[in-house]
Write a protein that binds this ligand. Structure first.
Ligand SMILES: Cc1cc2nc3c(=O)[nH]c(=O)nc-3n(C[C@H](O)[C@H](O)[C@H](O)COP(=O)(O)OP(=O)(O)OC[C@H]3O[C@@H](n4cnc5c(N)ncnc54)[C@H](O)[C@@H]3O)c2cc1C
Length: 406
């Protein structure tokens, strides 16, 4: 009879494959099987990053890196000291997939295609003799005397170590709840705000580099580039806000007021700049010249309209009231959001297995010995930029190490 320890991994995605490969590299005696419900594995990796796979982010300080995780910030700090972005670079480089850093610090395979990651993982699973069973939809999990049984529609599997790496899966969350784990209900993260407003209608494609955006009556606030789309507002400032506010905004049923500061400047400083400009360019038409070079002219004209200022007026014609209205429009414009739109199909879920019940030194359940949980199935998610995969690599590696050394 074989004495090899058996490992079953539920989920043939990024986290599942990374766990399997590392566990087997660290301990060749393990007998590892990946169970995947689909006909194909690694389907999300394939479509990720617009087909190029944004593998990680060039941020090499654990304390800085964790700030990109609205859920998981506290818990990932320790794990990032064990395996983080620099290790990801090294790992892929050692496995013949060199990575490159782009201008915005996102990291992609040098080959510029997600297929490079899929080929690497497929080649390694074959070489290491990791079994990959597709069309294996897991429908039940039971545990007796520290041994696990995993039931799919047509098979049953026994194992010593069970790894759950099933991503955002309603069925698996139900099974995990049956094992007495708490699941935080899922809500969407990373979305753009639907806004119909005369100030931005038909301005799709226009952006400003340094806006700040707040959700009225909450503490939610963010800054960065802001993009007007055909549906409303998007860009890094909005996406970050949607991730940090995922649960609060869901509770509001995606209906709330957004306060936009198009310049990211203090209202008093803007009022002063407007007054000085009025004095200096009193005879110039107001719509032709603005003190704010970063503000696109079409948007400037809309904000003049909203401040009840004729675009034909000269700067000298502006009353103090109009100047005050204009500085309010520029720095505290109120917009009514109604609904959300998924960002580039990059559907990310906030919610999942409660982090309080996980030992992050091993990515192991605190409730059941030899039950490991990694990747998006946990209540961890990040803003866009490669951070979600980094969570899968970090959890996968640490879990693999724990199993290999058990
Ligand atoms: C369009 C898109 C683009 C993205 N681009 C990026 C990007 O460029 N960079 C980035 O960092 N993040 C990106 N993300 C997020 C990233 O893809 C995920 O965070 C990551 O894939 C999570 O990996 P995972 O292995 O935990 O889950 P998944 O990749 O979702 O894998 C889970 C696997 O488990 C299987 N499974 C589920 N239930 C069962 C069951 N009952 N039985 C058996 N198998 C089951 C699923 O079929 C799936 O194959 C993107 C997401 C999307 C949707």
């Amino acid at each position: 009879m074989s004495t090899k320890k058996k490992v079953i991994i539920i989920g043939g995605g990024a986290a599942g494959f990374f766990t399997a490969i590392n566990a087997k590299e660290l301990n060749p005696d393990l007998d590892i099987t990946i169970l995947e419900k689909g006909k194909d594995t690694l389907q999300k990796v394939k479509i990720s990053g617009g087909g190029r796979c944004n593998v990680t982010h060039a941020c090499f300080e654990p304390k800085e890196l964790v700030k990109h995780y609205p859920r998981g910030e506290k818990e990932l700090l320790g794990p990032f000291h064990q395996f983080m972005t620099g290790d990801t670079f090294e790992w892929f480089d050692n496995h013949q997939v060199p990575l490159k850093i782009e201008e915005d610090n996102r990291v992609f395979p040098e080959a510029n295609t997600s297929q490079a990651i899929i080929d690497c993982f497929t080649h390694l699973t074959e070489k290491l003799k990791i079994k990959v069973a597709t069309s294996q939809n897991v429908i039940d999990i039971t545990n007796e005397n520290d041994s696990w049984e995993v039931i799919t529609k047509n098979e049953s599997y026994q194992c010593d170590f069970l790894v759950i790496a099933a991503g955002s899966s309603k069925k698996i969350w139900e099974l995990v709840e049956k094992l007495n784990h708490k699941v935080i209900p899922p809500v969407p993260s990373l979305f753009t705000f639907n806004i119909k407003d005369p100030r931005i209608i038909d301005l799709g494609g226009i952006s400003v580099p340094n806006a700040s955006v707040k959700i009225a009556k909450t503490k939610l606030e963010n800054s960065g580039p802001l993009l007007i789309t055909h549906w409303g507002l998007s860009g890094p400032a909005i996406l970050k806000l949607s991730a940090h506010g995922a649960r609060v905004l869901a509770e509001k049923n995606y209906q709330y007021n957004v306060i936009v500061n198009w310049l990211g400047m203090d209202t008093d400083a803007v009022a002063e700049a407007l007054t000085n400009f009025k004095q200096e360019f009193s005879k110039k038409q107001i719509h032709l010249r603005s003190p704010f070079t970063d503000l696109p002219r079409r948007l400037w004209e809309r904000l003049l309209n909203a401040s009840k200022i004729s675009t034909k007026a000269n700067w000298a014609d502006l009353s103090n009231k109009q100047l005050s209205n204009l500085s309010t429009q520029l720095t505290q414009g109120l917009f009514n959001a109604n609904g959300r739109t998924t960002f580039k199909d990059e559907f990310v879920t906030a919610g999942g297995i409660d982090l309080k019940e996980i030992n992050f030194k091993r990515f192991e359940s605190k409730i059941h010995k030899n039950l490991f949980i990694v990747g998006e199935v946990l209540n961890i998610d990040a803003v866009t930029g490669g951070f979600n995969f980094q969570n899968a690599w970090t959890g996968g590696y640490i879990c693999a190490q724990s199993i290999a050394n058990s």
